[in-house]
Design a protein. Structure first.
Length: 166
């Protein structure tokens, strides 16, 4: 082995397939100081400032993990918000009942909906608010743990090579 320049690493026991005259053989290739490592500092700063988009993971070549993280942090809340707006509009457009009086105004009586609305008004408790709070706390913990792992250089890049230490 050789001592590499700063930011380069040795790749040893890299297997390559060769086809020679209808026979398949595996050769072991040792490459010294040819792999340029990704910087831990750049990955950490990208993840610190752009945690919502998981740019630190994209920079390190961890594409699948970055896509999952970005979808959990960004796409799922947007879909939930759009669904909430759609259901809120559909509830506001129907004037079929009064909230407290259990009276029928312009259509059929919807007892289940009234019971749900009365429960929310009487207790001030909404299941969706509780789920959103749990979701927010778990995302915040994920971000903090992710930054700690980047800070201690616990992640490898997409080629399973360690990041270059800061």
């Amino acid at each position: 082995m050789c001592i590499c320049k700063v930011g380069y690493a040795n790749v040893i026991n890299k297997e390559k397939d060769k086809m020679e005259e209808n026979t398949k053989s595996i050769t072991i290739v040792e490459e010294y100081c040819t792999y340029q490592q990704k910087s831990q500092l750049i990955a950490f700063l990208l993840e610190f400032f752009f945690w919502l988009f998981a740019f630190g993971h994209y920079y390190a070549g961890r594409i699948i993990f970055a896509t999952v993280k970005m979808s959990v942090m960004l796409i799922i809340p947007c879909l939930v918000k759009c669904f909430k707006l759609l259901t809120k509009d559909s509830q506001n457009n129907t004037n079929t009942l009064s909230i407290r009086g259990f009276t029928e105004k312009d259509g059929t009586l919807q007892v289940n909906r009234m019971m749900h609305q009365n429960f929310e008004q009487d207790t001030g408790f909404r299941c969706s608010e509780m789920l959103y709070t749990a979701y927010s706390i778990s995302c915040a913990l994920w971000i903090i743990i992710d930054l700690i792992i980047f800070g201690f250089n616990g992640y490898n890049d997409g080629n399973n090579m360690p990041l270059y230490n800061w």
